[in-house]
Ligand binder design. Structure first.
Ligand SMILES: [Zn+2]
Length: 370
């Protein structure tokens, strides 16, 4: 089989899974974190730097890549792997999440979602079939189905309607798919309603996707709600397929979700926050622009192997931000991605050793979260 999820160990006390997701571009150790390459680049970093953080799989945004440079240009440049210069696996989203966040300019029907390009104003009619066609042209290893995302809070009727439509659209995506070297992941919807989530997970599980995502979370609900829904959804998904929690999140959200059986994550937080001068560490976030770092000679984090920490002081990093130098955001993004990868590596080792609960408790103590 081209795609295979190998379950290596399940943590008996939490439900966390240690596994390997095999793809045509190599294996991904799970739990794992995918850096986000929105427009064909993990902002500010070279592809070697991204690989150097320990990342094995990256994410590309179909919405952005479909508008610019366009799927035919990506295909002409040899597909996403050749265009990025990334030899490992790549996952593309369906474009749905970005489109649905443009609330005032889209029209959703059973057929498609119609929206206006933010680049040139062109009207685009995105059907589930077209989303798959674009992702096949991009040539990612994993394509996400187009789903109907609702902003929360929403009326129960609306959440149910969107969930049921997401199932029908998932089936249309599956029927439209033609590439044998591309996996399709379905997306569980259903808002914060456990019975709807369970129904959606069960129906999608019977359809034979190569992987399953939990979508529509981290959209403003309380973290406890997100954990509750994730924890209620994963037991309904096949144990022999990877589970991906989309767009999550903070370091604590990753660990809480690993304990609820999630295998894959993506989020812009490490890079976006890095660009804005915030570093994640085991002792909580550091705002590097803060005046107290002016003369600080210590690194962001003493044990971190990244370039920012092994070669530079907090005082220098602060100077780069105050002076508006581009190296500041680069080094902070590098540190944050390294931090996320080390966090996941630590989780994998803890699952193997049977000490995940202790690992999570220790991290939370450091972050000051009870
Ligand atoms: Zn570092």
């Amino acid at each position: 089989m081209t795609f295979r999820y190998e379950l290596l160990r399940t943590d008996p006390s939490t439900g966390a899974r240690r596994g390997t997701f095999h793809t045509p571009h190599g294996p991904v150790q799970t739990p794992g974190f995918m850096p986000v390459g929105t427009q064909g680049t993990v902002k500010g970093l070279t592809i070697d730097q991204v690989a150097g953080t320990g990342a094995e799989m990256i994410l590309g945004n179909t919405y952005h890549l479909a508008l610019r440079p366009g799927p035919e240009t990506v295909r002409a440049l040899g597909g996403l792997h050749a265009m990025f210069g990334w030899e490992g696996p790549i996952l593309t989203d369906s474009g749905g999440f970005q489109i649905f966040s443009l609330k005032d300019i889209n029209k959703i029907t059973e057929h498609s979602v119609v929206f206006r390009s933010h680049i040139d104003g062109a009207i685009i009619d995105l059907t589930p079939e077209r989303s798959i066609e674009i992702q096949e042209a991009l040539g990612s290893d994993v394509a996400m189905v187009l789903d109907h995302v609702v902003a929360l809070p929403a009326e129960p009727d609306e959440v149910q309607m969107a969930m049921e439509r997401s199932i029908r659209w998932a089936e249309r995506c599956l029927n439209a798919a033609g590439r044998s070297d591309q996996a399709r992941f379905a997306i569980v919807q259903g808002g914060l309603d456990v019975p709807l989530r369970v129904q959606c997970a069960r129906e999608l599980s019977s359809m034979g996707f190569e992987g399953y995502a939990v979508g529509g979370l981290s959209v403003g609900e309380a973290p406890a709600e997100m954990y509750r829904i994730t924890g209620a959804t994963t037991p309904e998904l096949p144990t022999d397929k990877p589970r991906y929690l989309m767009g999550v999140g903070r370091p604590v959200d990753l660990l809480e979700s690993v304990m609820r059986g999630i295998d894959l994550f993506d989020c812009v937080m490490p890079t976006r926050n890095g660009r804005n001068g915030l570093a994640f560490t085991d002792l909580g976030p550091i705002k590097i622009r803060n005046a107290k770092h002016r003369h600080a000679t210590e690194p962001l984090e003493p044990e971190c192997p990244c370039l920012a920490c092994t070669r530079h002081t907090r005082g220098y990093l602060r100077h780069l931000f105050i002076a508006g130098e581009m190296l500041g955001p680069i080094l902070m993004s590098l540190h944050n991605l390294t931090y996320y990868q080390r966090l996941m590596q630590g989780a994998r080792e803890a699952i193997e050793a049977g000490t995940l609960a202790e690992y999570v408790a220790e991290k939370k103590r450091g972050w000051g979260i009870s």
